[in-house]
Design a protein around this ligand. Structure first.
Ligand SMILES: [Zn+2]
Length: 117
């Protein structure tokens, strides 16, 4: 009898975990779809912007490649990525770009942690 109750409890726990994993999987799938949708939209917008710049301003693909390379190298690494170096806000601990002197979340001074609103 006790064994039966123990087994039922374990089955219930396993079922619960499986349902939770399934829900998480669905949420992640939806997030990926939304990100793919946004990436497609950004690619389309970028292509349209470059087509306009090319047609109206005469900017070539070589010009674009040179600018991409210049911006890519701004962080010292030619890796096809834009990296933003961050500091941690001394007040709220969120990441803040090293270019900013104030935290965009809480308004604190990055060097002192003091709020001077
Ligand atoms: Zn902050």
């Amino acid at each position: 009898m006790l064994w039966e109750i123990y087994q039922q409890t374990k089955i219930h726990q396993a079922r619960s975990q499986a349902e939770s994993a399934s829900r998480k999987s669905s949420e992640i799938r939806e997030t990926v779809w939304r990100l793919e949708d946004r990436a497609d939209r950004m690619a389309l917008t970028t292509m349209a912007m470059f087509a306009l710049m090319s047609e109206r301003l005469g900017i070539s693909e070589a010009d674009l490649e040179a600018k991409i390379r210049e911006i890519d190298l701004a962080d010292g690494k030619l890796d096809g990525k834009v990296r933003v170096e961050t500091n941690e806000c001394p007040s709220c601990s969120r990441p803040v770009s090293k270019r900013h002197k104030k935290c965009m979340y809480c308004g604190s001074d990055i060097n002192t942690g003091l709020k001077n609103l």
